[in-house]
Design a protein around this ligand. Structure first.
Ligand code: FMN
Length: 362
């Protein structure tokens, strides 16, 4: 393992995320989505079909383990294990930032997990700020190097600003993302890292034709909190603490993304998904699939590969239960299940003059 800032930072992140309270104080607002119970669902649990198509492949359940790691201690083991679980459970998987591969090709093996997920959806990862430095061709090379179906490009301005060594210049990224989308024929997922995508950002992404979006909303892992734990400079620690709850709540991001992108984008609802019921709420709000990162890491640290399998089996059982109790035999039916938006989520929606399921003009 290279002893570099990148590798050390990744190891510190894993340690802090595993050991500290890094969750947002304010939640995802998914609890503000009330779902009417259907006492006469006219369905058998065995007939419920959770399958969906993603990147032209079939997932058994609408779930994805989102980007975490590579190029740090035990990262290779984690990636290989998560890929194996994703194949076994028929869900999608994305490796963590491949930036380190560009400087230290010797860590490539941490990311080359295709043999563990031969039929499934496997995605790469890179930071949008790296697009300032590397060409679209170089980034396309990262996708090829791990035989991925596409790549996730992460936006993480809030996190970078909390890092001593982080980026401060975020200019020109929209154009760079547009170039990458073109060179990869659209096989690009634009994601946040837990601070969410606002309606304004979603409109920017729509304008450049991004067709896969992972909202990674606020309510789960707070990267400003993580960086506050990591900071040695007291002023950066203060900054991280001040912004520890910064971000757009997951439930609002998903509703906004579906309203703005309509059927032009595939949506991943993530950021604080802790159960299959959260996944169901995300799909009702407008997501095509639900994603999660930290819960998979914690399950792996506690009980290895078996722990992650048990977590995903619970998620799928809870999701199936929610489908039966909403009378939804298929994911397309779950998307149309009745819902009531309440509490703080309503405040976010009414600020944008949305009250719920109705269409809005761009
Ligand atoms: C340990 C850890 C490392 C992460 N590293 C990356 C990364 O390299 N690239 C990325 O796009 N997101 C990264 N993330 C962010 C997640 O993909 C996700 O967007 C965020 O943690 C919110 O989801 P959660 O609440 O389920 O954890 C990381 C998350 C965790 C927990």
């Amino acid at each position: 393992m290279p002893d570099t800032l990148l590798s050390r930072r990744k190891s510190e992140h894993l340690q802090i995320v595993a050991d500290q309270d890094v969750a947002y104080t304010r939640g995802t607002l998914l609890n503000n989505i009330q779902i009417p119970h259907q006492a006469l669902p006219e369905l058998s649990i065995d007939d419920i079909d959770m399958s969906v198509k993603f990147f032209g492949k079939s997932l058994k359940a609408p779930l994805m383990i989102t980007s975490m790691t590579g190029g740090a201690e035990f990262a290779g083991k984690l990636n290989h294990s998560l890929a194996e679980v994703a194949q076994d459970q028929g869900i999608a998987f994305a490796v963590g930032s491949q930036r380190i591969m560009l400087r230290h090709p010797e860590v490539t093996a941490d990311f080359t997990v295709r043999s563990k997920i031969p039929d499934g959806v496997l995605l790469g990862n890179i930071g949008a700020v790296q697009l300032q430095e590397y060409s679209s061709n170089t980034i396309a090379g990262l996708v090829d190097a791990i035989e991925a179906d596409g790549i996730c490009v992460h936006l993480n301005a809030a996190q970078e600003l909390m890092q001593d060594e982080g980026h401060r210049d975020f200019k020109g990224l929209t154009e760079k993302i547009a170039q990458l989308v073109e060179s990869l024929d659209g096989r690009v997922v634009v994601k946040e890292t837990g601070a969410g995508l606002s309606p304004e950002t979603l409109k920017q992404l729509k304008s450049i034709g991004v067709s896969y979006i992972d909202v990674s909303g606020a309510g789960g892992t707070s990267w400003t909190k993580v960086e506050a734990y990591r900071a040695t400079d007291p002023s950066l620690r203060r900054l991280g603490e001040a912004f520890s709850d910064w971000g757009v709540p997951t439930a609002f991001c998903i509703i906004a993304a579906r309203q703005i992108l309509k059927d032009k984008a595939f949506l991943i609802g993530s950021g604080g998904i802790l159960s299959g019921l959260d996944a169901a709420r995300s799909i009702i709000a407008g997501a095509d699939i639900a994603g999660f990162a930290r819960p998979a890491l914690l399950a792996f640290l506690q009980s290895g590969t078996d722990g992650v399998i048990a977590l995903i089996e619970s998620f799928t059982k809870e999701l199936k239960t929610a489908m039966l109790l909403t009378g939804s035999g298929k994911i397309s039916a779950l998307k149309n299940a009745p819902r009531i938006y309440t509490g703080e989520l309503r405040d976010w929606l009414s600020t944008y003059n949305w009250s719920g399921g109705e269409e809005i003009e761009d």
